[in-house]
Design a binder for this molecule. Structure first.
Ligand SMILES: CC(C)(COP(=O)(O)OP(=O)(O)OC[C@H]1O[C@@H](n2cnc3c(N)ncnc32)[C@H](O)[C@@H]1OP(=O)(O)O)[C@@H](O)C(=O)NCCC(=O)NCCS
Length: 353
């Protein structure tokens, strides 16, 4: 009988033109560009157009995300309790589920990518007791997301947020992308796949870590306290948030991209974060010499999203605002190249007497 592989480590599930993760070299290529180049030269709209074209195996088409944001805004009165959920990811999942599939993947992708920041920003405003702010289709996607949340979009902060959204747009066959592709493989629609992706991304082992990273930095407070605090966490049986990765055996390349992107914002937390990362890497190296555990994307995500002015409760949902581009691209690719996903299980229960 076949052995059970619960984490599917090392299994290649699909051929993809969307992104490539080299865990040993610490390299991430997205639709033909290194993530460092993509994040510093491309707008979010351009990056989305790239991944969608890679997924569909077509030429790049310009994307009208402004009208899609406006369309989502007109839905707000019909979203019922969705946007008052205590958790931003629950709100985003529930709100996206209100989108009706048109049956056309490209149109559904534009609708979902456009809607995500509108729903998250509205959730954030309502939670703070403020009125949601309508989208401005003349702005870039990242700048408008920031403005809809905070009321303003200073150029440096908008640029840093855009670099973040581009950086997280896609990342190989991660759990939420796999989820989206499994849903697509049944012949279901793109909106359902994206809603499933949000559900998978919510978990702290995947996208839910940046809020806790900021909590950790707050709890540590100053570099001199880092080592003792981290040792206390490990002694209590807890993991260090923002450290370790299933694929990377070196520092996640996205950590460096985000660390660079946050520099112009002069975040008071950046120096502390660097000190905590150094201390955590040293401690984990001593504890697990055979299992390299370095900073992952969430580590500097926390510093960056905090520096641009987003509340930490919105961090995981902001990851989704970027990743919905990648999920959509994978839906297009799965539809073209995939087949029904239907693995086996090994029955370990009793047999009838
Ligand atoms: C990302 C993560 C889930 C990858 O996990 P994984 O590939 O399944 O790795 P494993 O769970 O097999 O961990 C291997 C060993 O390293 C340890 N380890 C992994 N990440 C650790 C961390 N952040 N802090 C402390 N120990 C860690 C595990 O406890 C395990 O030790 P054990 O063999 O003694 O039980 C894991 O590193 C983690 O939980 N990190 C913290 C959460 C986080 O930052 N998530 C965002 C991911 S982008």
């Amino acid at each position: 009988m076949a052995t059970t592989t619960s984490g599917l480590d090392g299994y290649v599930f699909a051929d993809t033109a969307i992104s490539h993760v080299d865990g040993d070299q610490g390299r991430l290529v997205i639709a033909g560009l290194d993530v460092e180049q993509l994040a510093t030269t491309e707008s979010f709209e351009a990056a989305v157009a790239r991944v969608l074209a890679a997924g569909a195996a077509t030429d790049r088409e310009p994307l009208a995300l402004g009208p899609a944001r406006q369309a989502a805004w007109t839905m707000l009165p019909r979203l019922g309790d969705a946007l008052t959920a205590p958790d931003a990811m629950d709100a985003l999942r529930a709100a996206l589920a209100h989108l009706c599939s048109t049956g056309d993947d490209h149109a559904d992708a534009v609708a979902a990518i456009g809607a995500a920041p509108v729903f998250v920003a509205a959730w954030s405003r309502l939670r703070a007791g403020a009125e949601p702010i309508a989208p401005d289709p003349s702005l870039g996607h990242a700048a408008d997301y920031l403005r809809m949340t905070t009321g303003a979009a200073p150029a440096a902060a908008a640029r840093a947020l855009e670099a973040y959204l581009v950086t997280v747009i896609d990342h190989g066959m991660n759990a939420s992308t796999f989820t989206a592709r499994v849903i697509t493989s049944t012949g279901s629609d793109l909106i359902s796949a994206v809603v499933g992706g949000v559900g998978a991304l919510k978990g702290p082992l995947h996208g839910g870590a940046p809020g806790p990273v900021l909590d950790m930095l707050d709890a540590i407070g100053e570099p001199a306290r880092a080592e003792a605090w981290l040792l206390g966490e490990l002694a209590a049986g807890r993991r260090i948030m923002g450290m370790g990765h299933r694929i990377y055996r070196v520092r996640d390349p996205r950590a460096a991209v985000l660390e660079t992107a946050v520099k112009p914002l002069a975040s008071p937390r950046l120096e502390l974060a660097r000190a905590v990362e150094t201390a955590a890497a040293k401690i984990l190296r001593e504890r697990k010499p055979d299992r390299p555990l370095a900073a992952n994307v969430e580590f500097f995500t926390a510093v960056l999203l905090d520096a641009v002015g987003l509340p930490r409760e919105q961090f995981a949902a902001t990851f989704a605002v970027g990743r919905v581009g990648g999920w959509s691209a994978h839906v297009l690719e799965q539809r073209r190249t995939g087949r029904l996903v239907r693995p086996a299980s090994r029955y370990v229960g009793p047999m009838p007497a």
